[in-house]
Design a protein around this ligand. Structure first.
Ligand code: 5GP
Ligand code: ZN
Length: 114
């Protein structure tokens, strides 16, 4: 998608600090962090929201969660806890319509999120 921020970051057209990448996804630091550690795990395919997932996305969706756990362990958050969040739709707070998973860690988490 030519006007998508995350597609542009993936293509190197907008700078971002990639902390991890494989063939199906990449991980960047959120530009406006909501926790001491706030990473975005982003499938490379331009999927707007959870509602547009297709069968071809099954492996990357599994990989997203595997990578989230690995990065949380790498950061030392396996004992203290961490949160993986996906916002679906503007009413839920989604502002970038290229699917992404927030990995939040390093502070106490409240429930419900609000
Ligand atoms: P959403 O609100 O869609 O769930 O999350 C979008 C996230 O992307 C927000 O937390 C926002 O701070 C982050 N974000 C938006 N634009 C950029 C950008 O250009 N670079 C980075 N690293 N993060 C961005
Ligand atoms: Zn995109």
């Amino acid at each position: 998608m030519s006007d998508c921020i995350f597609c542009k970051i993936d293509q190197g057209e907008i700078p971002a600090e990639k902390v991890f990448e494989d063939e199906g996804l990449f991980v960047i630091k959120d530009v406006n962090p909501q926790a001491p550690t706030h990473l975005l795990i982003i499938p490379k395919r331009h999927i707007p929201t959870l509602l547009e997932l297709e069968e071809q996305d099954r492996s990357v969706m599994s990989r997203v969660h595997e990578v989230a756990g690995k990065l949380a362990c790498d950061g030392g958050f396996d004992q203290s806890g961490f949160r993986v969040v996906v916002n679906c739709g503007a009413g839920a707070g989604q502002s970038v319509f290229h699917i992404h998973f927030h990995l939040l860690a390093g502070r106490a988490m409240q429930w419900p999120p609000g």
